[in-house]
Design a protein. Structure first.
Length: 288
């Protein structure tokens, strides 16, 4: 690694808190090494009151680009010069590109999710999906799925602070795409069962299953699952959430969040370097 660092080396990075669990540095540095690109990618643990200074600092240091993770995806936009249409639609940003001091924010989470499905031979275009959540990842997924041609999306959420955002997501999908979206209360178990039974894929896009919520799942029990249902989770730490473990027992095809993480990273990498991420080399580095 040290051999790659020269007086010409440019910086890429990630800002979030907490951040030390992130696999993004491994992924991007492996890609740069494989392609012989003179970049180094570092993770920066930034506190909320440091966000504006961090953006100004990155701009002053001419950092080429950076990823943005929780809790800054929805708040960083105010410090940028431009926001892409998809990021506006999602109300969230996970990638910043610095073109000689002009900062543009976009989001690659949705394309990351859709490409991860393709990688596993899963095609949900023209079909129905049921998803739980209305945060940054969930929003990016439903917007991209709707734009890509998923026919129907049933969104379930608890009636908390993100409920209004879920309502907005449904309104945007219905008014700006050909997809039909509906929002339901996650506590309405009868409707949850019905919508999943009509869906090709069920996705958990919340943090239930990781951290303090490890060992828990968003479904009351496994009777909501059936063998030919695809079950996906945006979480990749742990590798197998309780939801995926239980879905496997039922015989479902399952997919965790590592593929989404990989392909959202590949999309960011392309925006910064104008090169395609060498996916196979990066998969090796990630023990994919």
């Amino acid at each position: 690694m040290e051999k790659r660092i020269t007086g010409h080396t440019e910086l890429l990075g990630l800002i979030a808190t907490p951040i030390r669990h992130s696999k993004s540095p491994v992924m991007h540095n492996a890609a740069c090494r494989a392609l012989g690109l003179d970049y180094a990618y570092l993770a920066f643990d930034i506190q909320p009151d440091q966000l504006e200074d961090a953006v100004k600092g990155f701009k002053a240091l001419n950092v080429r680009g950076w990823n943005v993770s929780m809790p800054y995806k929805t708040s960083i936009g105010q410090y940028l010069d431009h926001i892409t249409p998809i990021a506006k639609m999602c109300g969230a940003i996970n990638t910043v590109i610095n073109d000689n001091g002009v900062l543009t924010g976009t989001i690659t989470d949705g394309t990351g999710y859709m490409n991860a499905l393709k990688d596993q031979g899963i095609d949900i275009i023209g079909k129905k999906m049921t998803i739980v959540g209305a945060g940054g990842a969930a929003t990016a997924i439903v917007m991209q799925a709707a734009l890509d041609g998923v026919k129907e999306i049933s969104i379930f959420n608890i009636k908390d602070a993100s409920w209004n955002r879920a309502l907005e997501n449904v309104e945007k999908i219905n008014s700006q795409t050909e997809c039909k979206a509906q929002l339901f209360d996650l506590n309405d178990h009868e409707t949850l069962r019905k919508e999943i039974s009509e869906s090709a894929i069920f996705t958990n896009a919340t943090n239930v299953g990781m951290g303090k919520l490890e060992g828990q799942m968003v479904l009351p029990d496994t009777s909501y699952l059936r063998k030919d249902l695809i079950v996906s989770d945006v979480i990749y730490m742990p590798e197998k959430t309780k939801l995926l473990e239980e879905a496997e027992k039922v015989g479902c095809q399952t997919i965790n969040g590592l593929g989404m993480m990989l392909y959202q990273g590949a999309a960011s990498f392309k925006l910064w370097t104008d090169q395609d991420m060498p996916i196979d080399k990066v998969k090796e580095a990630l023990d994919f």
